[in-house]
Design a protein around this ligand. Structure first.
Ligand code: ZN
Length: 278
């Protein structure tokens, strides 16, 4: 018996008696890995064993593991086109976008989003599609009355999956628009927008205008709302296209890969180390 084989057998025998810790993930292979989040990665992975580890890292970096409305932080750069606003990141109460412009019928979006939305709508109408805006920019106060109205009529749990609490709505960013292909319809029939040719076109083309579907069907455990085929969010053409090309569905995942502040620091440090002499 060769010596190394004997050593291997001894280790194998010992391993039957001792519980060796699971091998650590090779953190260096994940550019978005943040050391201080390590115990949260492990806990989130244990709770979601089917999830790929790179997605575990991304979601934890975006605080998805904390649960809705727990450990709420103020959104980084509320003025940014790529701001993440959800049940964990809130806009300041008094936040009002500086550059709201009309998109018709009394609805407003921020200038860049409005221009891209108008171009997208023009292209869709030219192809014979129909498109109606149901909501766009909404103030903190308006969001507050919508949410509290839903709490009064159907209770907090039901309200929380239909409407964001004030400060947590993408509509307050001036970057989100609710669209359907028929006018004057109820929330129930709004959901049927998913079955339309307009929705099918948006799914394949909205990224070219910088828009993403924000509350997709199979990710309700991540975003915490009902499936909203009508709610589209402007994040800019670069981000929307990268998400489309890389198959990143959730903006939380994109944020956890590329936008979370700790990652930027880490990447900066790595760049710095690369240029330093050995
Ligand atoms: Zn909406």
């Amino acid at each position: 018996m060769r010596k190394c084989t004997a050593v291997f057998l001894i280790i194998l025998t010992l391993s039957a008696f001792f519980q060796f810790p699971a091998a650590a993930e090779p953190a260096g292979e994940y550019p978005h890995y943040v050391q201080k989040n390590n115990s949260r990665y492990e806990a989130y992975r244990a709770a979601n064993p089917w999830l790929q580890y790179d997605m575990v890292i991304a979601y934890v970096n975006a605080n998805v593991d904390k649960g809705g409305y727990i450990g709420v932080q103020t959104a980084d750069k509320p003025d940014s086109i790529s701001v993440l606003v959800n049940k964990n990141f809130a806009l300041p109460t008094n936040f009002v976008p500086r550059d709201l412009v009309s998109i018709g019928n009394g609805f407003r979006l921020r200038k860049e989003a409005a221009e891209q939305f108008t171009d997208m709508r023009t292209e869709m109408l030219s192809m014979g599609f129909k498109l109606y805006v149901m909501a766009a920019y909404r103030t903190y106060q308006k969001q507050s009355s919508k949410h509290s109205g839903a709490v009064s009529s159907s209770g907090l749990v039901s309200a929380d999956i239909q409407f964001a609490r004030p400060g947590h709505s993408e509509h307050q960013t001036g970057l989100a628009v609710d669209i359907v292909s028929r006018t004057g319809i109820s929330l129930m029939s709004q959901a049927k927008f998913e079955k339309t040719k307009e929705f099918a076109w948006l799914t394949e083309n909205a990224h070219k205008y910088g828009f993403i579907l924000r509350y997709p069907e199979d990710y309700t455990n991540i975003h915490g709302f009902i499936y909203e085929p009508w709610h589209w969010r402007y994040v800019g053409v670069d981000i929307a296209t990268k998400m489309y090309n890389d198959g990143i569905v959730m903006f939380e995942e994109y944020y956890g890969w590329y936008l979370a502040p700790d990652i930027q620091v880490k990447i900066r440090q790595e760049r710095l180390m690369r240029v330093l002499p050995d």
